[in-house]
Design a protein around this ligand. Structure first.
Ligand code: EPZ
Length: 420
């Protein structure tokens, strides 16, 4: 099992190229199922999770290729089944996103329920309720969702009980081929949903209210292929800017967009960093200073994203003063806390709130990654800690960060992957 060996204490400096967003690439790939003619997706990140979904879509019979890890071409004319097996879905829960498109285009789907994961139970009740509102008959048995509809889905009214990114994506990909108009209320507004909606419109879909919490979709008879580039990864961007903040360095992220993560940039400025915004780049200069601790609460976009919670908490562990971090999206997203505490962090957790009191220095210790973003927070802590840290179970990190050690080495980090 691979591990990272990280020697802390270096101020990171330089440029890093941001990849396409994992959380946009996955729904975009699921949407290829809707295209009656060949479809091309560019700026795809080269990640394990993307590879898993490509494999699952190939298992449907789709002719799909994932060229050099950055380009996907799919031809659905060979699709011959609508079955997404547990073996694949259990390793990548976003596979549930094939449910909406399969049901919309073929009227049937048998998709394994995704398991939970470290950060929470991750139910999909909202996805199923929304599809039933469009006329689907859904049975859940033996760990599988069996969905059918006689003829086509019918446009209808969907109101989500809570903001759900995956739920919004699934129902959007179903509504585009339904008969009539669908109104989706309390829709998520994450940039990855905007990216999906923009590709669906290129394919011929009729969607109003993009970027708002109310989407109005007028169903069409069929959708065609197109060429679409995956939007930049706002979480990868924030993660590398956090590396500059925690080490007192200066990092410029390129091929990204400041508008995707304004709430995060404002927190970095509150920490005392100098943040410069370009059209497609962002530079964070900590000027060798110790950051000031900042409190924040995770909320749906455009507020502070839950996927940046662990990373900014890591910066708070060595900051001046204390701060409260509140996680309102997931019920168990503080798995990085005990590991950070092993490195000397002072964090008190009370339910979904964590009070972080900054310490002068963290110290190296063997730590274990538990989930994707928690893994990056441990890497951040190791970059700032005194001594050499061993981070175990880094397969979590390979799911969502492309070439992480190369990108960090390019910024001067002393990090290497060891296999034991
Ligand atoms: C997406 O997960 C992202 N994953 C997550 O990123 C991200 O943290 C999350 O959105 C929130 O922004 C992908 O896009 C592949 P939700 P998703 O449905 O869609 C509850 C990462 O690190 N809920 O918005 O699964 C749910 O339990 C990952 O890249 C229901 O109760 O998240 C959670 O508490 C982690 N019933 C809340 O809603 C449902 O049917 C938000 O979940 C659906 C969700």
């Amino acid at each position: 099992m691979d591990k990272f060996l990280i020697q802390g204490g270096t101020q990171l400096r330089g440029k890093v190229r941001i990849s396409g967003a994992k959380n946009a690439a996955l729904p975009l790939l699921a949407a290829t199922i809707l295209a009656e003619t060949p479809i091309t997706i560019t700026n795809v990140p080269n990640l394990k999770d993307v590879n898993t979904l490509v494999e699952l879509i190939a298992g449907l019979g789709v002719t799909i290729c994932y060229e050099n890890g950055h380009l996907v071409k799919a031809d659905t004319s060979t699709l011959d089944n609508q079955f997404a097996p547990y073996e694949l879905v259990k390793t990548m829960r976003a596979s549930i996103l094939v449910l909406g498109p399969l049901l919309a285009r073929y009227g049937t789907a048998r998709v394994s329920l995704p398991g939970g994961c470290a950060i929470g139970s991750r139910p999909v009740d909202q996805h199923l309720k929304a599809l039933e509102a469009l006329g689907a008959t859904i049975e859940v048995e033996n760990g599988y969702v069996n969905a059918q509809v006689d003829g086509r889905l019918k446009g209808g009214e969907v109101i989500f009980d809570m903001v759900t990114v995956g739920g919004t994506e699934n129902i959007l990909m179903a509504a585009v081929l339904a008969d009539g108009v669908t109104t989706i209320r309390n829709a998520a507004k994450e940039p990855e949903i905007t990216d999906l909606a923009q590709m669906l419109v290129k394919m011929g879909a009729k969607i109003e209210g993009i970027d708002t919490d109310t989407l109005i979709v007028t169903g069409v008879d069929h959708l065609n292929g197109c060429e679409h580039a995956v939007v930049a990864d706002r979480i990868e961007t924030g993660s590398y800017l956090a590396a500059a903040a925690i080490t007192g360095g200066c990092v410029k992220t390129t091929h990204t967009d400041p508008k995707l993560l304004e709430a995060v940039l404002e927190k970095f400025e509150e920490m005392g960093a100098e943040v410069t915004r370009g059209d497609d780049w962002i530079e964070l200069d900590m000027q060798g200073k110790r950051p000031k601790a900042v409190s924040f609460r995770t909320l749906p976009h455009p507020e502070f994203p839950t996927d940046m919670q662990a990373q900014v908490m890591a910066v708070n562990t060595i900051a001046q003063g204390f701060a409260t971090v509140s996680e309102t999206i997931f019920e168990n997203r503080f798995m990085h806390v005990p590991e950070l505490s092993r490195m000397g962090a002072n964090i008190q957790v009370e339910g979904n709130d964590a009070v972080v009191t900054g310490v002068d220095k963290l110290s190296a210790a063997p730590v274990m990654a538990t989930d994707l973003r928690a893994s990056f927070s441990l890497v951040l802590a190791a970059l700032a800690a005194e001594g050499e840290t061993l981070v175990d179970r880094i397969y979590h990190i390979d799911r969502g960060y492309e070439k992480i050690e190369e990108k960090l080495q390019g910024l001067g980090a002393q990090i290497k992957r060891v296999s034991e």
